[in-house]
Design a protein around this ligand. Structure first.
Ligand code: ADP
Ligand code: MG
Length: 406
């Protein structure tokens, strides 16, 4: 029977789960890690050798933890997360946490503790450079998106997976919180009061509204590949020499550009937030150059890897050459649209990002947020013009130097 576990119940659960990690009589300790919005997350470890032997227990609640019971969320997301982790592990085992136990009755997953890796967003706020990140992110996305698409799977096999990953409750959260509520008046929205005028203008911009509604229909109808579904820099844990992707509870079959755009858009949000976080002008310039260089590398390595997987293993029904060129271009354009939408919603909507929310001075925060709004809006409106990653990066660079006079 489902019941939410307290910290000590999680410890008892782990001790008696027969995991091969702890002895059944062992004294264990635990720590509440839930810094996310949604689930219970505990670390359970043996105190004799701190964190030498430890596991993470992640349990779904029937509602969103930070909001409360007024925001119901399906327990089934735990099944989705576990299955997605399994498929991810089959294509990129080094890039996801190992799963030790999935318990469908309790809607929980016991998994590898990724300590001492940290949430990437936090590292970016402190201008840490991650030289492995671009290659790892590219490898993860290319493998997952290619191998779960019709470019690789047989038609029936793909449709069986689509059925397995039908995730209506979590998709509805995205439909509402990413594509709808931020762009209308809604009680869940919150924004920096210094941006009242910008927010009013964005919500009155019919062209922008039409583009976002179109992106929403693509999100709702394009079962292109198995997405992570929430691939932002808070779902990535890093050290400078290794990368892990966590938290695929929003996984479903959707448009590839939604994952790619989430990542690029969150890197662009970090670029905007450096307005405050970087201490000197020189540090700001250099770190922004590292971020935009990383965005370029993520896309270029992703595209190269995706193309090589296609060349090596797409069935002959898919023509080589122009077909793939157009496919990749469309993917980049979708990424611009989805990435831009995700940037805007983090400033106008319910769920914000710590990169920006940690800026306590509202005036300074507004300056960073205006940069992010300009990037997001332009990515969306000009997405059909995007021919290369440099077109997206050019928009970031124009926004961080400020509006050009005239
Ligand atoms: P939610 O979906 O509720 O946001 P997450 O999966 O993002 O939950 O986890 C919340 C937090 O718990 C993460 O930000 C991270 O700090 C920590 N965490 C989650 N999984 C692990 C793990 N495997 N190893 C170490 N820390 C983890
Ligand atoms: Mg989550």
């Amino acid at each position: 029977m489902y019941r939410p576990l307290t910290e000590s119940a999680a410890m008892d659960y782990v001790r008696s789960a027969g995991l091969d990690i702890f002895r059944p009589d062992e004294t264990l300790e635990s720590e509440d890690l839930a810094d996310g919005n949604v689930n219970l997350v505990y670390r359970v470890y043996s105190p004799s050798e701190p964190r030498q032997r430890s596991v993470i227990v992640k349990q779904a609640l029937p509602y969103a933890r930070v909001v409360g019971e007024s925001f119901p969320m399906p327990l089934d997301r735990s099944r989705i997360e576990h299955r997605a982790l399994e498929i991810q592990a089959s294509y990129c085992p080094s890039l996801v946490p190992a799963v030790y136990r999935y318990d469908p009755d309790l809607s929980l997953v016991v998994m590898e503790d990724l300590h001492p890796r940290i949430i990437m967003r936090k590292g970016l706020m402190a201008q840490v450079r991650y030289p492995r990140f671009a290659a790892d992110a590219a490898e993860f996305m290319a493998n997952m998106l290619f191998h779960t698409s019709d470019l690789f799977l047989g038609s029936a096999e793909k449709k069986a997976l689509v059925r397995e990953f039908t995730n209506p409750g979590m998709c509805k959260v995205t439909e509402d919180l990413v594509f709808t509520h931020p762009f209308m008046e809604h009680p869940g929205n919150r924004w920096n009061p210094e941006l009242d005028e910008e927010v009013r203008q964005l919500r009155a911009d019919e062209q922008l509204q039409a583009e976002i509604a179109q992106l929403k229909t693509i999100f709702m109808t394009s079962a292109q590949a198995l997405l992570h579904g929430d691939l932002h820099t808070g779902s990535i844990m890093v050290t400078p020499d290794d990368t892990k992707v966590i938290d695929p509870e929003f996984a479903f079959f959707g448009p590839m550009g939604f994952d790619v755009g989430a990542l690029l858009g969150n890197l662009a949000l970090s670029c905007a937030s450096q307005e405050h976080h970087a201490v000197t002008a020189a540090a700001r310039r250099e770190y922004r150059a590292w971020i935009t260089g990383t965005m370029r590398e993520v896309w270029q390595l992703f595209e190269a890897r995706f193309r090589s997987l296609f060349e090596a293993s797409a069935p002959a029904q898919w023509p080589r050459g122009r077909f793939l060129d157009a496919y990749m271009r469309r993917l980049l354009q979708d990424a611009a649209g989805f990435g831009g939408t995700k940037m805007l919603r983090r400033i106008l909507g319910l769920a914000h990002v710590v990169d920006l929310d940690a800026i306590s001075d509202v005036h300074e925060r507004a300056a960073a947020e205006r940069i992010a709004l300009a990037i997001g809006r332009t990515w969306i409106l000009r997405r059909r013009d995007m021919q290369s990653i440099d077109d997206l990066i050019g928009i970031v660079e124009a926004a961080v130097v400020g509006p050009v006079a005239g």
